[in-house]
Design a protein around this ligand. Structure first.
Ligand SMILES: Cc1cc2nc3c(=O)[nH]c(=O)nc-3n(C[C@H](O)[C@H](O)[C@H](O)COP(=O)(O)OP(=O)(O)OC[C@H]3O[C@@H](n4cnc5c(N)ncnc54)[C@H](O)[C@@H]3O)c2cc1C
Length: 344
């Protein structure tokens, strides 16, 4: 690992002046489960590491407020909250998609160290990017080696993308399906942006998978299932994995909608796909297919079919198209409270 200077400020205000206006020289450290791996592999070689571990207060807390008439409660989660605390939180009882996604990340060791902010800002897992000897597009090279190489775990929505990574965070698609917003601190103060806008498809070394500036810090995220009064907020995340533990999914689908009082008709449907494109992908087609309908097996299946419209898989990952159809169907059924009959 290359030598670096280490800073441990105790407030966000004291953190900001330590950051650079360009990517590369300085890195923020949260739980370190992604950054330290990259440093040990010489994929990231910062001169300065600014630890967020000394920052307390709301940065490390989760809170819930229920203004009159609002249900489920509005939740705020500090970026420094650990994944295990999200996976085991009682505050999130109405938000099973987030609990499920956090509980499926890696294994207990990573969930004990890793944080919400680290999950949302982690770098991609493309094996070409993670190999110190390969100079891919995201490391200043001129070529994406996955386009014609070993691409079985890469994007299937590839159109217009010179780099075909998949976005790595499984919490990002959930938060996008919830319509969450992110609070970000930077040199000009604090700004709020939809989590959906936090992501873009990077194509060069001077970009990250997220749209934060190098001198900004993600402080917290906030969301509410807020539908009409007395509506039930239904949500689920379904991942297809090669291994039960310690692995990223091959595909992920998050489905969220409301059932109005005494109704079984899905309203305000949101479908967000993970691990199939360089960003979390909002599927308008799948949402439209389910909107205003009863969530039967047949209708959930149609939403799955709609979700794969426009997929352009690479040479080795056509199998993901079928996995994605099934993931959307099962996420929709789980959200509607259907017993997972596929588990036998
Ligand atoms: C085997 C394995 C399986 C995994 N499976 C999954 C999975 O299924 N889904 C999933 O989502 N993740 C998965 N992960 C990744 C895991 O979620 C991340 O390693 C973890 O969330 C990173 O959190 P951290 O706090 O350790 O981040 P760090 O390693 O400390 O930081 C990661 C990156 O985020 C930046 N960062 C951290 N906090 C902030 C902040 N507040 N503001 C701005 N930038 C910040 C850092 O600068 C760094 O670049 C897996 C990891 C392993 C090892």
């Amino acid at each position: 690992m290359k030598n670096f200077t280490y800073h441990q400020p105790t407030t966000i205000a004291a953190t900001l002046p330590l950051l650079d206006a360009e990517w590369g020289k300085t890195e923020l450290l949260a739980g370190g489960t992604d950054l330290l791996d990259r440093q040990k592999d010489y994929v990231s070689q910062p001169e300065k590491v600014v630890s967020l571990t000394g920052i307390g207060g709301g940065f490390r807390e989760m809170s819930s407020v229920s203004p009159p008439g609002v249900f489920p409660p509005i939740i705020t989660i500090g970026a420094g909250v650990r994944l295990v605390d999200i996976a085991e939180s009682k505050l999130l009882a109405q938000y099973p998609a987030l609990v499920q996604a956090a509980g499926q990340i890696a294994g207990p060791q990573i969930r004990n160290m890793g944080t919400l902010g680290g999950s949302l800002c982690q770098r991609n897992r493309c094996w070409y990017f993670r190999d110190e000897h390969v100079n891919c597009l995201l490391k200043g090279g001129r070529k994406c080696f996955a386009q014609e190489g070993e691409n079985q775990f890469h994007a299937i929505f590839t159109q217009g993308h010179p780099c075909v990574i998949v976005h790595p965070s499984t919490l990002a698609p959930v938060l996008i399906a919830f319509g969450a917003s992110a609070e970000i601190a930077g040199p000009k103060g604090t700004r709020t942006t939809p989590v959906e806008k936090l992501y873009h498809a990077p194509v060069k070394e001077t970009q990250r998978e997220h749209t934060l500036a190098p001198n900004e810090v993600l402080v917290s995220v906030k969301f509410s299932g807020g539908g009409p009064q007395f509506a039930k907020f239904c949500n689920a995340s379904y991942e297809v994995k090669q291994k039960e533990t310690s692995d990223w999914p091959l595909v992920q689908a998050v489905v969220a909608f409301h059932f109005e009082k005494d109704s079984k008709i899905a309203k305000g449907v949101r479908v967000v796909l993970g691990h199939v494109a360089p960003t979390p992908l909002v599927s308008e087609a799948a949402a439209k297919s389910l909107e205003g309908k009863e969530v039967t097996e047949a209708n959930a299946g149609l939403a799955g079919e709609a979700a794969v419209e426009g997929a352009r898989p690479l040479s080795q990952n056509r199998y993901k198209v079928q996995l994605l159809k099934v993931a959307v169907k099962r996420a929709a059924l789980l959200a509607a409270g259907v017993k997972p009959y596929w588990e036998g």
